[in-house]
Design a protein around this ligand. Structure first.
Ligand SMILES: [Zn+2]
Length: 221
């Protein structure tokens, strides 16, 4: 084949590839258009949450996982709102009941955002230090929350530390405060020394965030 013909064929193939690739990207972005997720890093400010056997403070590690998940979701084209972006709690400094004030502030952010999904990130703790593994919780009698919670739980079972394959009903304020689909992920036990070390590793955090992200992708189809 003459050289110019080969070159012309290569050029046509390259143009065709770039057209197909850009339509796939545009199609994905168009499909995600408007899907909004509120990410809630549990605790904050004077409420540190649980403290690990090695000294990990729950509010700090919750925020790390939340920000990593946010980055992945934003890069994929989702709209993301955070309840908290830093170490501070959301309570009013003058509030008598700081916990209640903090929870109400989270509720107000969710209501204002009008999201398709709320995901709250926490770390677990238990008196028995052998307790381990991630657990997802959803609001009772809410099918959409149950569906996405099960997808996340299954992904965490396949790729991370979860021993269960089914999510559970959870009686948490963040799940019950609104009618939006909501899942609370307890990523693992800070009371278990091996799991605390694992949860603090960059590799494991990346794997867990990838697993939650892949379940969200699957849920929104
Ligand atoms: Zn917590």
């Amino acid at each position: 084949m003459p050289k110019f013909k080969k070159f012309a064929l290569l050029l046509v193939a390259l143009i065709a590839f770039s057209i197909i690739y850009s339509s796939i990207v545009n199609f994905r972005l168009a499909n995600l258009n408007g899907i909004k997720i509120v990410l809630d890093a549990g605790h904050g400010g004077r409420d540190g949450g649980s403290v690990g056997v090695g000294g990990t403070i729950e509010k700090e590690i919750n925020l790390k996982y939340t920000l990593a998940l946010k980055d992945k979701l934003v890069k994929a084209g989702y709209l993301v709102e955070l309840t908290r972006k830093n170490d501070d709690g959301l309570y009013s400094p003058t509030a008598k009941n700081k916990k209640l004030s903090d929870m109400k502030a989270r509720f107000n952010i969710i209501e204002k955002a009008n999201p398709n999904l709320v995901i709250s990130i926490h770390m677990n703790s238990f008196s028995n230090s052998s307790a381990k593994g991630a657990n997802c919780y959803y609001r009772a009698e809410d099918e959409a929350s149950k569906q996405v919670a099960n997808l996340i739980q299954q992904a965490l079972h396949t790729y991370c530390n979860a021993s269960h394959t089914e999510a559970r009903v959870g009686d948490y304020y963040i799940l019950n405060c609104s009618y939006y689909s909501a899942v609370l992920v307890e990523c693992g036990f800070l009371s278990n020394p091996e799991e605390e070390a694992l949860l603090n590793s960059d590799e494991f955090r990346g794997r867990m965030v990838d697993a939650i992200f892949s379940a969200i992708l699957l849920y929104f189809g």
